[in-house]
Write a protein that binds this ligand. Sequence first.
Ligand code: NAD
Length: 708
Amino acid sequence: MALNLDSIGKKIGPVTKKYDWKDVVLYALGVGAGFDDLDYCYENRLKVIPSFSIGAVFEFLAEAALNSEVDLSGILHGEQDIIFHNPIPTEGTLSTEGTITHIYDKGKETGALVVAEADTNHSNGQKLFTNIFTLFCRRDGGFGGPDAPKEPVEFPGRLPDFEEECVPLPDQPLIYRLTGDIFALHVDPEFAKASGFEKPIMHGLCTHGYACRAVIKHLFPGQPERMKRFRNRFSRSLYPGTPIKTQIWKVDEGYALFRTINAQTGDVVIDRGIVEWLTAAEMEQQSRKEKIRFDDRVAIVTGAGAGLGRIYSIELARRGARVVVNDFGGNRDGAGEGSFGPADKVVEEIRAMGGEAVANYDSVATSEGGRGIVNTALEAFGRLDILINNAGILRDRSLAKMEPEDWDAVMSVHLDGAYNVSRPAFSTMRENRYGRIVVITSASGLNGNFGQTNYSAAKMALIGFMNTLKLEGEKHGIKVNALAPIAATRLTEELLPPDLSEKMKPDFVAPLVLLLCSEECRVSGRVYSAGMGYYSRVGLVTGPGTVIGDGKQIPSPELVERHINDICSLAGAVEHFDATTALGAMLQALTSKPEKAVQPVESLTVKAVFGRMPGAFQKDRASGVDVVFQYHIVGPAGGEWYVTIKGGTCEVKTGEHAQPTTTIMMSEEDFLNLINGKLKAMQAYTSGKLKIQGDIMKSQLIEKLFKF
Ligand code: NAD
């Protein structure tokens, strides 16, 4: 079977991987770290070895191999280039997406090179690294394509500046494979012998991890986060327990060459190594650049004369923002004439520390007030970039005692207030094609709090307000988020026990609010909670639900009751970005449940899978295919089946074919996992769960030809 040259440029992924500190430590142990490298092994001061990044996207590599349709029996990991954009956090979810960028022809005798490139983003929104993988495909050369460009790496003609010798354990691959690369070649003596080796060999990527540790140790000790690039070629295999030596030449500040040799034979196992790292000057520059700044930005903070709003204003101004400090200056319950004092005092504080601010005393509760606040920003500073809808009052009563004026007063400050100020603010932000709006919500709204029906309703209404405003702002560069703070202020002084009050400095809330107000904020429509140094995200999720009936007949309440557990289950719940996606998910649930119930793939037997194979056959993808797949499925419900595909037809029979093209052997359980998508073909093959005889290339057709 020929290489699939059409795979070039097609998107692969996203492949996601969730990890935590234990995965980071396991990787470190897998590449030989120990007490001498405690920063890589101890969760209390954990740092991630940068080469963790390739282990973490191993599945992408497998997908690239499958998509290019190379002969799997001939592939080797040829080269690896990793470019680091941000330090790797010690936990989170990685999402990797990329393409095959090139397929080069090195001639029939030598093979082909498949080059794939993938970017990996972290769940914190940062792009972490770009991997460029080169697969050396020994059996796929000679297809007439271009050769790869030459990129020579010349080592200096002097002795290395640094050498790091170490001896991986004879059992090292048994640890390393737990990080995800479970290819049988590194564990199964029989498999290794059949592949031409005396015994299982080291993973090339394990030796790569040793080399990575060595260069960090000698070039920027204790600071793996400084690595910018790590590139190498895998040149020879190595048996576990063989001493290795990494030789390093520092060519320039921030640039070195390296290779790793078999210390017994002198053979180079990792060659053409290039490492680049942030120089001290770049580190200094980056630390200045990294600071979230608001120079040239103009912010409005409503209700900023006291409590949380005061802190938001001061911190924004400290980082360069010009701030409109709005405060009506009324009582805790919103009553009173209002006063200039609170806003003026905060403006004075900001000016005293060298910042820029002006006061505004309008009430957010009226539309004139809202316009007045925005006009103050435009008149004083000529623009508006940031709005924090923070002003708030309380009128707590149980519902029975809640008079209409208590209801209205709270609604008009919190909910109408957000509308009154956001509307003119949004118009000017839209003209500038940039804006950050934060609405301040509350745990009372998100969860409920006795005596606060008015306040809870207003605070929860702000989430609905944000949900739609985030959509309207999307194409204008305006991001809208919500935050539920907890802090000791005038609002909470009667509600909190004194010992807790001390811990609840409003200052703890400000950092997350500032991030949401910054250019660095990449999210919109999120709800967060913050207080006392604790920060979390709050989500509104929809469970997978269930379809009752056929969509024509209305189900009875009794029938609904019978399904109540399925209706209530939040297992596999998701967030919907907008109402259309939510409706789409509903429609999909309805259409994916055909009227005549089809047994889900998960509950099929082996026999049923073969029974269903002709129906799952993708005729339009079978043009020119002429093969017989023989299956030996081992297990109590296993057996022999063969599938003949010829002339666009698919025929399944029990028993053994005299001359199958490809023979597939698997256990019953692995086979069912493969069919229902829980086990990937590449993973099954490399782990020895899928054994293939005959034309191994043709086996790669199976995933393409059948859709269950
Ligand atoms: P705070 O009373 O210290 O500050 C609120 C400020 O808003 C006051 O200075 C007040 O004068 C001003 N204000 C009231 N009505 C106004 C109006 N109509 N126009 C302009 N300004 C007005 O209270 P805080 O705790 O700092 O509250 C800030 C925000 O955080 C509020 O929206 C509140 O609901 C919310 N919140 C606070 C907590 C908390 O633990 N403190 C918890 C959840 C939510």
